[in-house]
Design a protein around this ligand. Sequence first.
Ligand code: HEC
Length: 176
Amino acid sequence: MNKFSKLAIGLACSSVLLFGADIYLSDNTKVPNLTMKNTKLSFKDIEGYQNYKIVATHFRKDKNEIRYILANPVAYNALRADSKVMPNGSKVVKIGWSVNDMSSFPSALEANKIQRVEYMIKDTTKHKESDGWGYARFVKKNGKYQAWGGDPKSCVACHASVKSNNALFTKFQKMF
Ligand code: HEC
């Protein structure tokens, strides 16, 4: 091995060490400037959510929607550790897609169009009336997002049925 190949290998190894933890391309697409009229929670509160980690996948049979549940680092660590209390600053995001048959293999389904992005954000001071969680939903129609106009009390009421699990239906899905 000559001096140059040694140098090249050295450089490659050190760049893996230096940058190895950050090799994904990140998605920093700006989210639209939309705010829920009742709670004043905005889409911007979860800006960068495309880079959160997936903690669970659900399929809603009646809505025919596949849902990915993503968590910011605070929520991810708490869910992974099966924490009984989700810390303030936790953000749990759900993306729902319609599904259609995969054209190259019709007995498989594939995600088609985003129907909604919704989230829960934990702040026990700001949202003390609703078990510490703030709820927001943004629906996508004809390629454009809009803030859902309904009453977030309905979110709180349904999620109350899983109060013993931090008001979350999601359970951390292990990938191994
Ligand atoms: C009638 C019951 C019901 C209502 C109303 C409801 N949800 Fe949920 N939600 C669920 C169920 C069931 C799941 C788990 C299955 C899934 O992912 O769709 C869920 C999952 C979620 C998740 C992922 C975390 C978790 O708890 O698993 C978020 C975020 C969420 N809902 C936000 C909202 C928001 C925001 C609203 C109101 C705009 C809302 N939900 C209204 C039943 C409900």
